[in-house]
Design a binder for this molecule. Sequence first.
Ligand code: SF4
Ligand code: SF4
Length: 167
Amino acid sequence: MNGIDQLCPKCGLCCNGVLFADVELRKGDDAQRLAELGLSLEKKGHKKAFAQPCACFDRTLCRIYSERPKRCRTFECGLLKRVQSGELDADAALKLIAQAKRQVEKVCKLLRHVGSDDERLALSQRYRRAMGEPVDLSGGKASVELPGKLMTAYRDLMQTLQGGFLT
Ligand code: SF4
Ligand code: SF4
């Protein structure tokens, strides 16, 4: 079993809006075909991109795997690269994936508490919006403490993602 088969079905962080807010198309991608397959393409400067969470991600796998865009074909996160090279064993990588997913769930739970329940948005966008909202002083101590808890949980998640997946 290769690293992709071992890790990616248990992860999905590069498709579900946690690692990235969008994916740009590259030269050679067939935008019309990708739109037919379900990707909502938008202009991003001179390029086209689709937002994450990806409409073609079924929570475990890519529904358009054999026709996925070039960026998706070529992307390998740092964790996967370290497993492929033998620097890290798959069990340790799976533990890090499980840790990151627990941290994502904690951030999502806090986001829901502050009223950010739009799961169509990437996690970074939900976090930025939530932190831009005024603090609800009428909700008592628990409500006042929520932004601080959210900030800490998001910072911890970013440290895991930066150290484990993006380097
Ligand atoms: S973040 Fe890495 S391990 Fe996770 S699905 Fe993407 S490539 Fe696979
Ligand atoms: S097209 Fe497939 S591989 Fe690319 S982001 Fe969407 S689900 Fe992931």
